[in-house]
Design a protein around this ligand. Structure first.
Ligand code: GLY
Ligand code: MN
Ligand code: MN
Length: 489
């Protein structure tokens, strides 16, 4: 229930009145003749014989797991509403990950409702925007009518595609009014639904619901693993595209690098899974460098952190740090090799049954060893450095995170199920150690200043160990150089 949909959409009943209409500078109002004319002469485009989308084989089980966690409660998971950028222009829409996970649907304003049944289970219903009404002019007069935004699936089509009952979202308010018993809402996505429920839900119970949804996604199913594998493969192709456009004797704008990767993301996937970090030279030491308004010059390193998001909304999250001209300098290589050794140690510590924190500690310990060996921490022992966390001036971030529909996936899971928990087969996480020597850091030798290196891969925990989903991209320094030379030959 968007705050911006036509008035009739928030009344909770099927609209009868004509919407007010889209305003533009040439609008002279709608004559009765034009209104009548626009009702007629349109063909029937209903699609028959549709097959369920591939996710439908999994979404029922996922909803079942949620249902078992909250017996007897009405559960509401909105997709969210379009967000206005300015006037009649919206930002690109992306549904809430929890909604897409439980339905496979990606449409604006959708709401999944799990209604408790007498048997202790739930009945799932997707409340969706139906085809635009032609009779009352909605399809061309409404701000988001199909004449402007394009055809939507009919409710009948969506029932076939999603494999669950679908109803007009304008009937949702009535359904919520009728609902008795405890209710939980995934907050933060649909202000209209939240307003309709404000006296029926509590922040504390809704937060428990949000946490449970996050934890539901910790272990990936077969479909999700295949999507993440594809996301990594497409991302590897995007990195190859970037290497091909990197100039060996002239500067390459970071904007060009960003645009090159984005082209691959749009062609093979839905979009990028997060803002691409194209960080050349000293920009590589800035963890969230997304301005991408500098340039990559021969002699510098380029840190590229990017991920293709698939059309079903799963993202890769990969980083490679490469010498722009194709050859590491001795110092760049020394720092690169330290990060590589740390990543190797981190990946080796990922296994089923291991504590989640183990891979972080293993990688950080290797980085601390190198920093001590290089004399950057005086005469302190590695143990002391590690205990006091002194290496963190240059390692900055944690060594990884869960990955899935969100780049920082399952972020609100409880400590005991995530960072304080144990790795299980089906979990996918990044291992991404780095060293970052800020340009103005006077505590390191001058030649280190302005060098940043991160290597990031996406690791699946299997029954017997791990699979590196991003193994298609080289990691070791010699392999990076050979790969770049091959792509540029
Ligand atoms: N690209 C964000 C991250 O690596 O966590
Ligand atoms: Mn990343
Ligand atoms: Mn990451």
């Amino acid at each position: 229930m968007s705050e911006r949909t036509s008035e009739s959409q928030t009344t909770g009943s099927t609209p009868k009145a004509a919407p007010k209409g889209r305003k533009n500078g040439l609008d002279r109002g709608v004559s009765a003749e034009l209104a009548e004319n626009m009702k007629q002469g349109w063909g029937d485009t209903e699609r028959h014989g549709l097959e369920p989308i591939p996710q439908a084989a999994h979404t029922a089980r996922r909803r079942g797991e949620l249902s078992a966690r909250f017996p007897g409660e009405l559960l509401i998971v909105p997709a969210g509403n379009p967000k206005v950028r300015a006037n009649d222009t919206d930002y690109p829409f992306r549904p809430s990950s929890d909604y897409a996970y439980l339905t496979g649907d990606q449409s604006e304003d959708g709401v999944l409702v799990l209604t408790p049944g007498a048997d202790g289970g739930h009945t799932a219903t997707a409340y969706l925007r139906p085809r635009s009404d032609r009779e009352n002019g909605e399809f061309w007069l409404d701000f988001h009518g199909e004449l402007w935004d394009g055809r939507r699936n009919s409710l009948t089509e969506n029932e076939k595609l999603l494999g669950l009952p679908c109803r007009d979202v304008r009937m949702l308010a009535d359904a919520l009014r009728e609902g008795a018993g405890p209710i939980r809402l995934l907050r933060g996505y649909d202000a209209g639904v939240a307003a309709a429920l404000q006296d029926k839900v509590t922040a504390e119970r809704d937060e428990e619901f949000r946490v449970a949804l996050s934890e539901l996604r910790l272990v990936k199913d077969e479909f999700e693993i295949a999507e993440l594998r594809f996301a990594c493969e497409a991302t590897a192709r995007g990195f190859e595209d970037v290497v091909r456009v990197l100039g060996t004797s002239e500067a390459t704008p970071e904007r060009t690098i960003e645009g090159t990767f984005f082209l691959r993301a749009r062609v093979e996937g839905n979009a990028v899974g997060y803002s691409t970090i194209c960080a050349a030279g000293p920009h590589a030491t800035i963890m969230h460098w997304v301005r991408n308004d500098g340039e990559a010059r021969p002699g510098q390193l380029l840190l590229l952190d990017a991920g293709v998001e698939t059309r079903t909304l799963y993202t890769a999250d990969l980083t490679r740090t490469v010498p722009v001209d194709g050859r590491f300098t001795p110092l760049q290589r020394r720092i690169y090799d330290a990060v590589y050794a740390a990543q190797e140690a981190g990946i080796a510590a990922v296994k089923p049954g291991a504590a989640y924190r183990d891979f972080h500690d293993a990688a950080q310990r290797v980085l601390a060893e190198h920093l001590v060996a290089w004399g950057l921490l005086g005469d302190r022992s590695v143990d002391t450095v590690f205990e006091l966390g002194l290496h963190r001036r240059w390692t900055m971030a944690g060594t990884g995170h869960m990955l899935g529909m969100d780049v920082h996936d399952c972020a609100v899971a409880r400590t005991e199920t995530y960072v304080g928990g144990t790795l299980e087969p089906g979990m996918v996480l990044t291992v991404e150690p780095g060293l970052y020597f800020q340009a103005e850091d006077l505590t390191v030798p001058e030649e280190y200043r302005g060098i940043g290196v991160r290597i990031e891969d996406d690791i699946l925990v299997t029954e017997s160990g791990t699979e590196n989903l991003s193994a298609g991209l080289p990691r070791q320094a010699d392999e990076i150089e050979a790969w770049m030379a091959r792509l540029r030959a």
